[in-house]
Write a protein that binds this ligand. Sequence first.
Ligand SMILES: O=C(O)CCC(=O)C(=O)O
Length: 257
Amino acid sequence: MRISLIQMDVDFGHPERNQQRVKEWVHRAALEERADVVVLPELWNTAYDLKRLEEIADAGDLRKWLGQLANEFGIYFIAGSIANKKDSGIYNTTFVFQPDGTEIASYSKVHLFRLMDEEKYLQPGEKKSLFSIHGHLAGSIICYDLRFPEYIRSLALEGAALLFVPAQWPVPRLNHWRVLNQARAIENQMYVVAVNRVGEGGGNQFFGHSMVIDPWGKILAEGGEKEEILTVEIDLDEVNRVRKTIPVFEDRRPELY
Ligand SMILES: O=C(O)CCC(=O)C(=O)O
């Protein structure tokens, strides 16, 4: 599985500009990097322009366009997350597409990040997300969800071998970002593919450092602090090898905790 992480900047409150840039990045990932899985960061349509979400959140057109993009390039597309307007409110939602453009999953962030006022403008999601890529189960979370180990463990217990983490994780918490991503990979013996944006917006600076971590906790690739594509080839059989070497899932004692 060849995965490209799009570590991009996002224009604050300009969905059309960001859409154009996503098109260019996905084009590059598919044609130059030969990725078969492409991953974007969190809230890449609007950024944290939360006060204007009513006006600028996607009401369905972008979602449709993302499926067409997956189909055009024949990729699995974990389309980061977008501000997504529904009758019940605005959600921070990841849509996932298979190479023929069919939507195979959607996930709305369940833990809203109060430090950035998400709970004032967004509705929380109410369900987990698991989907299959090339026959392997994958889970998807968003940014702050990374701080909830029991949530991610529940995805692993349901079979996830791979976890996607679109994010807008700001300065100054790079050490949290790195340690938590590595911890989730080690404790769940799964691949973690974490994509953080770069640039600044709404008074926050975003440091990038997108990363791919293997089930043993090794960082296979890590971005710098500027825009770039990280492309990594991963071997999903490694998950079973690590789970056999240290059989954490067999050794659990859930009756005690
Ligand atoms: O948990 C953190 O430190 C960052 C979370 C965050 O920025 C987000 O969920 O958007």
